[in-house]
Design a protein around this ligand. Sequence first.
Ligand code: R1P
Ligand code: URA
Length: 293
Amino acid sequence: MENNRIAESELILNNRGAVYHLDVRPEELADTIITVGDPDRVEVVSKHFDKVEVSRQHREFVTHTGYIGKKRITVVSTGIGTDNIDIVLNELDALANIDFASRTIKSQLTALKVIRLGTSGSLQGSVPVDSFVVSSHGLGLDNLLPWYQFENTAAEKDLLAAFGKQVVIQPGSAKPTLFSASEALANQFKDGYHTGITITCPGFYAPQGRALRGKLSHPDLLDQLTAFTDGAHFISNFEMETSAIYGLGRILGHDCLSISVIVANRVKKEFSKDGGAAVEALIQKSLGIIEKL
Ligand code: R1P
Ligand code: URA
């Protein structure tokens, strides 16, 4: 008989019986999960809960699980970047879909709802600071997803091909990947949100076209991203996690949506006058929808 037991070195549990990086046990996780980059933002979200029943922290991963009315929600910080999303999405999936006692994959899998509430830079003059953006797609210029086997839809392949023709990424810098959002979730966040393609970058400075002292290898990147069109599709913004959330969501069978508040407009060269208030507005508006999902 095939041994399907996942070894101690692959699924690492601590002496609390909790998963290695998040330090969370299966019963401490809700099926609806909000991810935020900043560990301090977890409390900014959970202060809106009627009750917080779980509060954990290990490294940059802060987790609060609680209720708004009868809706059970977990909010977890990921820190910055797609390498952290590799850890968080795999551990969230393990909490939901691996039996920790037998170390085997459950026969009944749970599709989690994972919603990122993050900050972002706009690539369009028409997507101003303090506005909210739902990512129709996550287009990754990082190199996480090529480490997994995955399937793209025909529409995703076409959009990626159009991107390859219009935006020059020098060989060796990145192998772009593209995944769409959960349509069912995206449909809930229309009113008051812009929608566009989100570019996920492997850094905040040169990979987002910011030159302080280091010179850029892709000086035309920003202009090419802003100018990109394919039918009705355009690139609205960039940040550092969405493509990995969408890609791993596809691979592991979860429904994912990334929502950002724009703090920097790179075309107009503006920054939000009160980023904290902008993030709070995004949280309040989006929680009003999430509690009804
Ligand atoms: C960079 O400042 C960070 O801000 C954005 C980027 O994706 C990156 O993580 O999101 P968060 O505000 O959610 O961290
Ligand atoms: N987060 C990013 O990744 N880029 C920005 O410009 C702002 C927030």
